[in-house]
Design a protein around this ligand. Structure first.
Ligand code: SAM
Length: 415
């Protein structure tokens, strides 16, 4: 929040934290808050809903800042979509894990759809129409999180962090974590000498695993994840703390959608960029068959090692360790062609040069799996400059109660 150009003597550095004002809440904004104004400044307010009249308490910002952060600490006129949070640890000053516990689940999805639409307007100059869909197995937005890292406080008890803080709130449950995560007993015992406990509930395991951190031994623990779309099934072994989609319905839904949209044909050449432990690469390989080819690219050593083991039985998959940008550049120089590309980058997105390189491969379709709609919108704008437009866009509620949303955009050459 601090502006480096502020003069410390002109009063602009005076903290506004704690200031309370009454406000009418405007639109939802990316990040789990809604917008209002105070004294000429934009304020991003958590725990509010559009159209509400609330009392806001500033939680971050100074008199010189162009925008402030705040919490709705009192609701004067509630939205019809407001509900009593199911979690007693959510709310102003509470656990920072959830953003929308106070909001009806279907309206949470409407708000996320509005955020996606707004990001595309603002960052890509595009009008998109999207609804945020529940994933299969959704249990009213709770008990979905298969990976939860609990922090350990000074009394060796497990808890969760306060929003934007290192402070640890003691909890006896986390409603968005799966029952099996909680059944490990992570919240019932003390963890002396431990800074956090990562609990992993993998679909191919009989029970969830609690991993105290820092780990005392260098032995890596592995878990098995099973994916079944109805038309395709795969099994993956991965380091327990490695990346895997956290919602139990996510991996199969995303693979099924990507395969349906791309319709890979025997003999085609495909690329799985930011491949993780090989989820999309394996599904693509089964579709293009031994006459086809799949290039999988992953930079993380551990994920690469896991992908190597998972993809071992498929000689048609070429797995490369490295940054996507670096791996694609020489291929583009050699004029290599790909029929299909799947990319699933981290929150920062792929960026202009990677998008240009992907377009230079000349694919007939690109499936972009995105955990941040802002990064997706930016990259879609780069793709348009490189000759690709959106054929379809879907959004999935892979993280209910939080502001996060997963989108899959399918791009094809512009006519
Ligand atoms: C969102 S995960 C997707 C993994 C996989 N597609 C899946 O669904 O399980 C992103 C992956 O990209 C990898 N990664 C991040 N930056 C990268 C880069 N510049 N080049 C290659 N891989 C990268 C991360 O290590 C991570 O495994």
């Amino acid at each position: 929040m601090n502006d480096q150009n502020q003069d410390p003597d002109d009063g602009s550095c005076a903290s506004l934290v704690g200031t309370v004002f009454e406000a009418l809440i405007g639109k939802v904004a990316h990040g789990g808050h809604c917008v209002t104004r105070y004294d000429g400044r934009v304020v991003f307010v958590r725990h509010a809903l559009p159209g509400e009249r609330v009392r806001v308490q500033v939680t971050d910002g100074t008199a010189g800042d162009r925008f402030l952060l705040g919490d709705a600490v009192e609701v004067l006129q509630a939205s019809q979509h407001r509900v009593v949070p199911r979690c007693r640890f959510a709310g102003p000053g509470g656990c920072g894990g959830c953003d929308w516990q106070h909001c009806e689940l279907t309206y949470q999805r409407d708000l996320k759809a509005a955020v996606v639409v707004e990001q595309f307007q603002r960052l890509a100059g595009l009008e998109v129409d999207v609804a945020v869909e529940a994933l299969p197995g959704d249990k009213e937005g709770i008990r979905w999180r298969t990976r939860t890292e609990f922090a350990i406080d000074g009394s060796a008890a497990a808890g969760l962090r306060r929003h934007h803080s290192h402070e640890i709130i003691p909890v006896d449950d986390c409603l968005i974590s799966t029952e099996r995560v909680i059944a490990t007993g992570v919240l019932d015992r003390r963890w002396p000498g431990v800074s956090s406990v990562d609990v992993v509930d993998a679909s191919g395991e009989p029970r969830a695993l609690a991993i105290p951190l820092p780990q005392r031994s260098s032995t890596v623990r592995y878990v098995t994840e099973l994916v079944d779309t109805g038309d395709w099934a795969g099994e993956f072994r991965l380091s327990a703390r490695g990346f895997w989609q956290v919602h139990p319905g996510a991996a199969a839904t995303f693979v099924a959608h990507v395969l349906r949209e791309l319709a890979p044909q025997p003999g085609e050449h495909a690329a799985d960029l930011y491949a993780g432990v090989g989820l999309f690469a394996l599904a693509l390989a089964d579709a293009v068959g031994t006459t086809g080819a799949v290039l999988a690219v992953e930079s993380d050593a551990r994920a690469f090692g896991d992908a190597k083991a998972n993809l071992r039985a498929h000689p048609e998959i070429e797995l490369r360790r490295g940054k996507v940008d670096r791996v694609l550049k020489p291929l583009v120089r050699q004029g290599i062609h790909a029929d299909l590309v799947v990319l699933d980058p981290p929150r920062t997105g792929a960026g202009k040069s990677v998008i240009k390189e992907i377009a230079a491969l000349g694919p007939r379709a690109i499936a972009y799996v995105a955990c941040d709609p802002a990064a997706l919108a930016r990259d879609v704008a780069y793709a348009r400059d490189a000759g690709y437009g959106i054929r379809s866009l879907r959004a999935f509620d892979a993280f209910p109660m939080t502001h996060h949303v997963e989108c899959i955009a399918v791009l094809e050459p512009l006519a």
